[in-house]
Design a protein around this ligand. Structure first.
Ligand SMILES: *[C@@H]1O[C@H](CO)[C@@H](O)[C@H](O)[C@H]1NC(C)=O
Ligand SMILES: *[C@@H]1O[C@H](CO)[C@@H](O)[C@H](O)[C@H]1NC(C)=O
Ligand SMILES: *[C@@H]1O[C@H](CO)[C@@H](O)[C@H](O)[C@H]1NC(C)=O
Ligand SMILES: *[C@@H]1O[C@H](CO)[C@@H](O)[C@H](O)[C@H]1NC(C)=O
Length: 460
């Protein structure tokens, strides 16, 4: 008989040396070079999923998703800003310009199946490029104008036929989700408008930002008594009902917008209250006490490992938006920075997967790799790694997002994106083959987001 204790001794003897050789990502947040190395490795891993710059491929397009391209380039622009690494600027600029549509990020290939939230992510990427003085391309529309183009196409979709306002989630009546008004669409335009308002000093934008915030506060999407953000509400119920799944990026987008408005208004009480209220909720919800209160978690899908590819992106947005919040509302830094630091250290431990041994899993709170590898989990980790450069600012990146008065050089075009639009009114005659193709597309573009709603049904 072999005693169990003896077996364990053998097992441990065999396993322990091997564990030491697993090449997990190294990260020392006090060492600028270490942060850059971790970010560079993760950016490389993330970009191994991107083939849009290869011959026969479509620049800016990721397989079966359109919006994530915008999110990926936004993350790469931030990576460039924080680390100075220009390795991905060429692919970023190529993709950002290829997908620009009629300067509105509503390109004809995809526009029949897009939601307002899909489009706004590209607008936020362009806005990020403008604020960070990301290099412009000669003869091409400016980054600022492309952000303005998204604003100019979304504002006419403001829908007063129900709920006395609000953006619908999906744009076309034939799309599932047309009767939903959701937090990310409205929060996304709120944030974009606030940023445009601060950058240009044009009150049209800041008035819209305030209008969207105020409208949101009349619905469950922004509950200013409890500082609670519902994911969805519907026109059928005049926006009295609420889908309550809690997502980091919903909070992130309203937090960030409030921070820009706080800065623009030189600290107005309304925005400070909103910023403080939402920060308090986000800290309490998404940095669970059981993991030490400083490690970010996508609480609605990580425990059962059911996050879909969209949801795996969200932590990265909250990380970068919180980090930029500390530059425009500096009083928040003391609370935010430790959360960005501890989240990055935790994420680095999670980045020990895949063939390279450095690909990132999902659950930052778990010290061993959780088995997940994806562009999206790498993207979230990249965002939180890059963000840690905030405490190493001696190379002049400390001023945060610029404005036209503080060195931002991107040119304004208030009329961007207002050319006559493609509309799906004249859809081509549908053959059986096309119909199948179209439904595949619909599923591809809508299903990820519908999964957010379906969560209540299957996730609990
Ligand atoms: C595509 O971009 C990657 C960087 O992500 C680069 O290494 C590669 O050489 C590029 N390919 C082409 C065909 O330009
Ligand atoms: C639209 O699709 C075609 C065919 O796949 C492709 O060649 C083209 O580059 C696409 N345009 C955009 C803006 O994605
Ligand atoms: C606004 O942001 C700038 C940095 O861009 C910062 O120096 C300033 O303190 C901020 N204003 C307020 C009221 O916090
Ligand atoms: C401000 O923005 C609005 C909306 O784009 C535009 O109509 C107006 O011309 C802009 N004003 C200035 C001074 O640029």
């Amino acid at each position: 008989m072999i005693s169990p204790g003896w077996i364990w001794a053998v097992v441990l003897t065999i396993l322990v040396p091997f564990q030491g050789t697993v090449p997990a990502l190294q990260l020392d947040i006090n060492d600028e070079q270490s942060i850059k190395n971790a970010a560079r490795t993760t950016a490389y891993n993330m970009m191994s999923y991107y083939h849009g710059n290869e011959s026969g491929q479509t620049p800016g397009k990721l397989p079966d998703t359109w919006w994530e391209g915008g999110a990926m380039f936004m993350t790469l622009i931030q990576y460039w800003y924080w680390t100075g690494d220009t390795s991905y600027n060429e692919v970023t600029t190529q993709g950002m310009l290829w997908q620009k549509g009629q300067n509105d990020y509503f390109p004809a290939n995809d526009s029949n199946y897009l939601g307002n939230d899909d489009q706004v992510f590209w607008g936020l990427a362009a806005m990020t490029a403008a604020e960070l003085n990301y290099p412009e391309d000669d003869g091409q529309p400016s980054w600022l104008s492309l952000a303005q183009g998204v604003f100019n196409t979304q504002v006419p979709r403001w829908d007063t036929s129900s709920c006395q306002g609000g953006l619908r989630w999906q744009i076309w009546p034939y799309q599932a989700g047309y009767t939903t008004k959701n937090a990310i669409s409205n929060g996304g335009l709120f944030q974009l408008a606030a940023r445009l308002g601060r950058y240009t000093n044009n009150e049209t934008y800041s008035n819209w930002a305030e209008k969207i915030w105020d409208w949101s506060a009349t619905t469950p999407l922004l509950q200013t008594n409890a500082w609670y953000i519902a994911d969805t509400t519907t026109t059928e119920a005049q926006c009295k009902d609420h889908g309550d799944i809690q997502w980091t990026y919903n909070y992130g987008t309203y937090i960030s917008g409030a921070a820009y408005m706080y800065n623009l208004t030189n600290g107005a009480d309304k925005w400070k209250k909103g910023l403080d209220g939402l920060l308090g909720s986000a800290f309490q919800k998404f940095f669970p006490q059981q993991y030490g209160s400083n490690v970010m978690s996508e609480i609605s899908c990580e425990p059962n490992m059911m996050c879909d590819r969209n949801q795996d992106c969200f932590k990265g947005f909250l990380a970068s938006w919180l980090t930029f919040t500390t530059t425009i509302a500096p009083y928040t830094a003391g609370e935010i920075i430790p959360k960005i630091q501890q989240s990055a250290l935790a994420a680095a431990k999670q980045c020990s997967g895949g063939d390279s041994g450095t690909q990132c899993g999902r659950r930052w709170y778990q010290p061993q790799w959780d088995g997940e590898t994806s562009l999206e989990t790498d993207m979230s980790a990249l965002s939180v790694f890059s963000s840690n450069m905030i405490t190493h600012q001696q190379h002049g990146s400390s001023q945060g997002p610029l404005t036209s008065d503080t060195g931002g050089t991107s040119k304004s075009d208030p009329n961007a994106g207002t050319a006559p639009k493609n509309s799906p009114d004249k859809l081509p005659d549908i053959t059986t083959g096309d119909r199948a193709g179209a439904s595949v597309l619909t599923v591809a573009f809508v299903s990820g987001w519908v999964a957010s709603i379906a969560w209540l049904v299957y996730g609990g």
